[in-house]
Design a binder for this molecule. Structure first.
Ligand code: ADP
Length: 402
């Protein structure tokens, strides 16, 4: 059974075709700079085989024609009827979308309505979805939402201490993001621990360019660090994470910045980039190795925030079976993992320096033998999670229409 996963951005389109029996990727690709003369399509049929094709791709319609053209000419999809379904990543599901959803006109309108909450993402996701439906109308298309995994947060965790009407009339609340990643690694973590997910308590740390933590109780998300938008919570590559909201007013008064300028500053020029000038963790380590004080401070701040969240979520959960590190930084950065778990032995969290150096893939437990909490490093796979959820959604639909 083959499932195509599409992640459409405003000027890019990422895709993967899966053979679901073996959970293996048949082809993965990225079309970038859509709408520019120098558009580029890179894909790999195996991890090693990168084949860049440079040609102008005017819009999402052409991008999908290009994508379906490659699937057909590579022989991976001789007939489109071989596709069981197409799973689309959608960033913001608002309060309505708690599950992966078969896309129909009503769902399209609801996703559009949520654009106010994710103006950079949802309209771009919709462009890809509408075009895929136009070109493959016979194939079921499923929307899988970044926010959906966190719909189980209790009200005292998702509400902000703001006037109630801002929640009821404008949807101002914590939604949380990276849900597909937190869900994927939670399932693998339970398997690694030999437990049922429904009996497993976890603190999952997705540390990539964006970063978020989640508290997972008996398999469901009960708190998460990102909020109404992906700006809240942990310190990130270029996003500030938690700050005093009054800084906003102060900046506007002192620097005469309007809200758009402040939004840009907090999203694009803050976080690690703001503190040390670099947003890529590998570059920050290189700087720190030369003794650069700002880079050393950025690493200290980054790890300190994570330690605070581990402590907070420990208190939320009461019992923690494992801390899970994932994302480009979580999976690869042994130094940061060590800093994040430093001095937490009172909580039963301690990592073995040897095991931490080069953990096995797709998962490894790097906790010391006598630690009571496992520390797992798990390779996330958001596209596969979207494919799995899309498959379950179509299967449930067919079941209910029988
Ligand atoms: P995205 O959130 O865009 O999917 P990733 O999950 O790929 O991003 O994470 C990107 C981050 O991971 C970058 O900051 C990058 O420097 C970092 N990273 C990747 N490999 C390593 C490594 N070996 N050591 C430290 N950081 C790494």
């Amino acid at each position: 059974m083959k499932i195509l996963v599409i992640n459409a951005g405003s000027s890019s389109m990422k895709y993967s075709l899966f053979e679901m029996g073996r959970h293996c990727v048949l082809i993965a690709g990225l079309i970038e700079r859509i709408g520019e003369a120098a558009s580029e399509h890179r894909y790999s049929l195996t991890q090693a085989d990168q084949t860049p094709i440079q040609k102008p791709i005017a819009d999402h319609r052409q991008a999908l024609q290009e994508l379906f053209g490659i699937l057909s000419s590579s022989g991976l999809l001789a007939d489109s009827r071989e596709l069981y379904c197409i799973g689309h990543r959608v960033v913001h599901g608002g309060e309505q979308f708690r599950q992966p959803t078969l896309i129909n006109e009503q769902a399209l309108q609801q996703i559009h309505a949520n654009s106010a909450l994710a103006p950079l993402h949802n309209p771009a996701n919709l462009l890809g979805i509408r075009e895929a439906i136009r070109q493959m109308p016979q194939i079921p298309q499923i929307a899988v939402f970044d926010t959906a995994f966190h719909h189980t947060l209790p009200d005292y965790a998702y509400r902000y201490a703001l006037p109630a009407r801002l929640y009821t009339d404008y949807g101002v609340r914590r939604y949380g993001f990276h849900g597909t990643s937190h869900r994927y690694v939670a399932r693998l973590a339970a398997r690694a621990l030999g437990k049922n997910l429904t009996e497993t308590n976890l603190i999952t740390l997705h540390l990539g360019n964006g970063a978020s933590a989640a508290a997972i109780e008996n398999g469901v998300s009960v708190d998460t660090s990102m909020g109404m938008t992906p700006l809240e919570g942990l310190m990130m590559g270029s996003r500030c994470g938690d700050i005093d909201p009054a800084i906003h007013f102060y900046l506007s008064r002192m620097l005469d910045l309007d809200s758009q300028a402040i939004e840009n500053l907090l999203n694009k020029d803050s976080g690690c980039k703001g503190v040390c000038g670099e947003n890529d963790m590998r570059a920050i380590h290189k700087l720190a190795e030369t003794g650069d004080k700002a880079a050393i401070l950025a690493l200290d701040m980054y790890a300190y925030r994570i330690r605070k969240y581990i402590g907070a979520y420990y208190a939320v959960l009461g019992r923690v079976d494992a801390i899970v590190f994932t994302g480009g930084i979580g999976e690869n950065d042994s130094l940061l993992r060590e800093k994040c778990c430093h001095n937490l032995s009172a909580l039963g969290i301690a990592i073995d320096s040897g095991e931490n150096q080069n953990p096995a893939r797709p998962w490894a437990n790097i906790a010391t033998g006598d630690a009571t909490v496992a520390v797992l490093v798990i390779a996330t796979h958001e596209e596969l999670e979207i494919a799995i959820q899309a498959q379950e959604c179509v299967a449930q639909q067919s079941e209910s229409t029988r």
